[in-house]
Design a protein around this ligand. Structure first.
Ligand code: GDP
Ligand code: CA
Length: 320
């Protein structure tokens, strides 16, 4: 079975670990969000690709959900001693090596997709990890500070400001002119199932769908009978983790499992899983033409996550 998953960072990566356990023989292609990418200290950092790679490759800091296991921060301290920041983005020594290798390869002319493949040769994530695009796309967030409108990089909004001010708009800068990375559209066209993990619907999945051609490819696959199933990142009217409510509000979507399903729409997703606490939303989601089930959606451990993945695949079978 060929499965395509559109993934952000932590939510996507953790779900993928469960999916691998639930479907050990499946050929899984991950289309990763690169809208969170940022240049720091002259290095290209791809937080979501790395979270997927480290999580599936056994190198992740489990408690944090991002960054490396057994990490130290000597380089960051030395940079700070020179007064060189930003100090709010935690790059550890082991993590730095990844960004150095990536930046060196990009500088030598390799596209990000080839670089990601090279990095994965070390981590062996057990999935094919593709960036959504080889072109630079950078998510910016419009905010108002002291009555003044400005746009900041997504990481500045998320990590430095902790989404403490309202997001007026979320813009994937460069998306319009970007092209899907090699292999992305073919993987979608050849997929037996497409899954939207419980990733952020705006700045993770939404950004991937903003790359021209990707949304259309999924809609076309769905129209030709490929089941597309999503899992809600919103449980009990709040994100399980993080501040997704802030960026959902920016696109006019309520933080409910139902509103996110309707935001994607029945053209895109044919099936939707909500948590059991949101069972009351099932009828409304189904009324919108999306088959819906309420099942436990908390990724407390790999076993619980694998059960979620099995539910998603079972719903996909029902849709076939
Ligand atoms: P990020 O790039 O690191 O922010 O990660 P993603 O975009 O892939 O996923 C973030 C989303 O995962 C957040 O909106 C969370 O609500 C959601 N999430 C995290 N843990 C869980 C969980 O255990 N269950 C569900 N249903 N969603 C989760
Ligand atoms: Ca992210």
């Amino acid at each position: 079975m060929r499965i395509v998953v559109l993934a952000g960072g932590i939510g996507g990566a953790r779900f993928l670990r469960g999916l691998k356990q639930a479907a050990p023989d499946a050929e899984i292609t991950v289309v990763g969000n690169t809208g969170d990418d940022i240049h720091l200290f002259g290095l290209k950092v791809c937080p979501d690709l790395d979270t997927v790679m480290y999580t599936l490759g056994g190198g992740i800091n489990e408690e944090q959900g991002w960054g490396r296991l057994d990490e130290s921060f000597t380089v960051k301290e030395e940079l700070a001693a020179y007064g060189v920041g930003p100090e709010w983005f935690g790059l550890g020594d082991r993590d730095f090596a990844t960004h150095i290798v990536r930046t060196q390869m990009l500088g030598a002319g390799f596209p990000l997709s080839a670089v990601t493949e090279a990095l994965c040769a070390r981590w062996q994530p057990g999935v094919r990890l593709l960036p959504m695009s080889d072109d630079r796309v950078e998510t910016h967030v419009a905010i108002e500070v002291d009555g003044e409108q400005k746009a900041v990089h997504f990481q500045e909004y998320w990590v430095k400001l902790r989404a403490s001010v309202d997001a007026k708009a979320v813009v994937p800068v460069g998306a319009e002119a970007s092209k899907p990375a090699p292999g992305v559209l073919d993987a979608i066209a050849e997929a037996d199932v497409v899954l939207f993990p419980p990733s952020n619907p705006v700045v993770s999945v939404g950004t991937i769908l903003a790359v021209p051609g990707i949304r259309d490819a999924i809609v076309a696959a769905a129209a030709s009978g490929t089941p597309v199933v999503g899992l809600s990142p919103i449980v009990g009217d709040a994100p399980v983790r993080g501040m997704a409510d802030k960026v959902l509000a920016a696109v006019g979507v309520e933080s409910t499992a139902k509103a996110v399903a309707l935001h994607y729409g029945s053209e895109l997703v044919g099936g939707w899983l909500v948590d059991t606490v949101d069972a009351g939303a099932v009828a409304d989601v189904e009324a919108a033409g999306i088959r819906c089930r309420a099942v436990p959606l908390m990724m407390t451990d790999v076993e619980a996550t694998a059960a979620m993945a099995r539910e998603a695949l079972a719903l996909a079978e029902e849709l076939r």
